[in-house]
Design a protein around this ligand. Structure first.
Ligand SMILES: C[C@H](O)[C@@H](O)[C@@H](O)C(=O)COP(=O)(O)O
Ligand SMILES: [Zn+2]
Length: 215
């Protein structure tokens, strides 16, 4: 896909994220793998004001176009692409339920088989580090190795997938899972979990589930 189409698709994804209630204000950022680096949203700009020209190209070394400022989180986006060759798009947000769980420093255990959307049997919560730092990118790289969705302590969510549509879908699914988990925690009851064996069955089934439409 050419740059113009991808840039438009990034903005569409940002706006869809807001429409789905997954974000507030200028929080969050979105990127897509492009050439040897990525195209990414600019820093601190409301999604409604973004145009194709606002989207920034950052190369594999973190060097970006003159006159543009990429998301403050470009280091962790880059870290995801470097860590996983199967990933083509990254969505980050501060969705309410994911952020709430991340404040409790809790990942999401296998409360429901849909946890398998992450490609594993739980969604980890990585340690806290200041936004925009190399330390945070380091934690993200370690987390994303295990799971396509990770919570960032005291911060929010990262969802990484083959393309933007899938990454947005994953972010939405994880927000629902986070909501369920918070509701369950609030009951104070012991939460029954699916076994590793049951999760392994679903993970295998997910490999061939649904239409395989590549965009
Ligand atoms: C302070 C920032 O909002 C930070 O939380 C970052 O992670 C974020 O979500 C949005 O930052 P950018 O606008 O720089 O992408
Ligand atoms: Zn953030």
């Amino acid at each position: 896909m050419n740059r113009s189409i991808l840039a438009k698709k990034i903005i569409e994804t940002c706006l869809a994220m807001t429409k789905l209630g997954l974000n507030q204000g200028t929080a969050g950022n979105v990127s897509v793998r492009y050439q040897n680096g990525m195209l990414i949203t600019p820093t601190g700009m409301p999604y409604e004001l973004m145009t194709e020209e606002s989207i920034v190209y950052v190369d594999e070394f973190g060097k970006y176009e003159q006159g543009k400022l990429p998301s403050s989180e470009y280091l962790f986006h880059l870290a995801v692409y470097k860590t996983r060759s199967d990933i083509g798009a990254v969505v980050h947000n501060h969705s309410v339920n994911c952020a709430a769980l991340s404040i409790l420093n809790k990942g999401i255990p296998p409360i429901h088989y849909m946890i398998a959307v992450s490609g594993t049997d739980h969604i980890p919560c990585i340690p806290y580090a200041t936004f925009g730092t190399a330390k945070l990118a380091e934690y993200v790289a370690a987390g994303i190795k295990q799971s396509k969705a990770i919570l960032l302590a005291h911060h929010g969510l990262i969802a990484a997938e083959q393309n933007l549509d899938k990454a947005l879908w994953l972010a939405n699914e994880v927000e629902v899972l986070a909501k369920w988990y918070l509701m369950l925690l609030a009951t104070g009851e012991q939460i029954p979990l699916l076994s590793q064996e049951e999760m392994a069955i679903v993970l295998e089934k997910f490999k061939s589930y649904g239409l395989r439409i590549e965009k």
